[in-house]
Write a protein that binds this ligand. Structure first.
Ligand SMILES: NC(=O)c1ccc[n+]([C@@H]2O[C@H](COP(=O)([O-])OP(=O)(O)OC[C@H]3O[C@@H](n4cnc5c(N)ncnc54)[C@H](O)[C@@H]3O)[C@@H](O)[C@H]2O)c1
Length: 359
């Protein structure tokens, strides 16, 4: 099997590439990356040493695909992945659309030309912000949790938000680029007869992630805590009760592998994929304090655009369809990040900058 990964030098793309390289029957992995993300350049040599071809190119540019070899599958992991993307002059709305939507269209055209399968790394941010904000929640042990004693709307259960949850706008500009890419992917797959899988991933986390306050929060928090950088609980009364689950990229890799090798007619092509545990920022600070000592977190009760109090994803459809199981618990993920933070105390300075504009 030959695989192309766009955004291969990013956190998820590089982790997937390294794992796929080890799988029997994978004879070539090629990656395309513009190295837009600060820190992504660090992965070029690491991937090349692992026998992976890394080509510098931009998914916005159709001709950058002309030199790429024919492959069996493309994993589309190139994007500006920040929920606040598109709101500032540094990373404006049109540029976001070009990276995330035009980029995916160019990948789909490539798949059409070569009959390659397409995997879209979509996001839980396709779900309606007002519907998420309206979920019945209570505070328990310093975290928002779902109030299961009250009526839960369609698409959410004690297991989390599932594929049936509403996607009505507003969902963030970022989320809308992914939702539009999902529709186009399903349409291209159906019109041109190539397989498509869409995975709406929740928060991804693990060692080597280029975390910022706006994206990659688990990594950012632990690195910032360890380096005694300033941290803030933003919005929700400044208590840090906002909670998320965390998915490790190697758990995603085993799911994608099952999808790319799937034989038969699946019940759907679209899945929500969440992690193995839910934690609030408040709980994350307590976790850090036990291992790194106390470090004060400031309170900033002013809400952040597009923020939501609670989000955990129900992966049961992926689990039953592909006989897939997550193996990385949230504790495993946090410890992995902590080890990395100890090894690279200046990681946030090296890699944590905002996505560069232009280029
Ligand atoms: N990290 C998460 O929590 C998360 C959650 C859900 C979905 N996703 C999706 O997973 C994918 C990978 O995310 P990540 O966390 O690895 O992000 P990342 O920023 O670490 O990696 C993205 C990579 O894409 C590259 N890139 C960006 N624009 C490009 C362009 N126009 N052409 C070529 N390369 C370009 C960047 O240089 C970077 O190496 C994204 O599509 C993201 O939307 C991520």
């Amino acid at each position: 099997m030959k695989i192309l990964i766009t955004g291969i030098c990013g956190f998820v793309g590089s982790s997937l590439a390294a794992w796929f390289r080890q799988q029997p029957g994978v004879d070539r992995i090629v990656g395309l990356d513009s190295l837009l993300r600060p820190g992504s350049e660090r992965n070029v040599e690491v991937l090349r040493r692992a026998g992976i071809d890394v080509i510098r190119g931009d998914v916005r540019c159709a001709t950058d695909f002309e030199a790429l070899p024919r492959v069996d599958w493309v994993i589309d992991a190139a994007a500006n992945p920040c929920v606040l993307a598109g709101l500032s002059d540094v990373s404006g709305s049109r540029q976001l659309l070009e990276h995330n939507l035009l980029g995916s269209i160019n990948v789909l055209e490539f798949c059409r030309r070569h009959g390659a399968g397409f995997v879209l790394l979509s996001t839980s941010r396709v779900y309606s912000i007002s519907a998420l904000a309206g979920l019945p929640l209570i505070v328990q042990d310093g975290a928002f949790v779902l109030d299961e004693g009250r009526h839960l709307p369609e698409g959410v259960s004690s297991l989390g938000v599932n594929e049936g949850f509403p996607t009505a706008a507003p969902i963030s500009l970022y989320g809308s680029t992914k939702l539009a890419s999902e529709v186009l992917a399903l349409e291209y797959g159906s019109a041109f007869g190539f397989p498509v899988w869409i995975d709406r991933c929740g928060v991804m986390a693990g060692a080597g992630q280029f975390g910022t306050a706006g994206q990659g929060i688990f990594s950012y928090w632990i690195h910032a805590y360890a380096a005694r950088k300033s941290l803030q609980y933003i919005g929700f009364d400044g208590q840090g009760h906002q909670s998320r689950d965390a998915l490790h990229p190697l758990d995603l890799a085993t799911l994608l592998w099952k999808q790319m090798n799937y034989q038969g007619v699946p019940p759907t092509r679209l899945f929500t994929v969440g992690g193995g545990g839910v934690m609030s920022l408040n709980q994350l600070s307590a976790w850090c304090a036990k291992r790194l000592g106390e470090h004060a977190v400031a309170i900033n009760a002013i809400p952040r655009p597009y923020d939501i109090p609670w989000l955990a994803l129900d992966s049961s459809l992926s689990e039953s369809t592909f006989d897939w199981k997550k193996t990385k618990t949230i504790d495993f993920i946090l410890n992995e990040i902590l080890d990395h933070a100890r090894q690279y105390p200046d990681w946030l300075d090296l890699a944590g900058g905002a996505i560069r504009g232009g280029a």
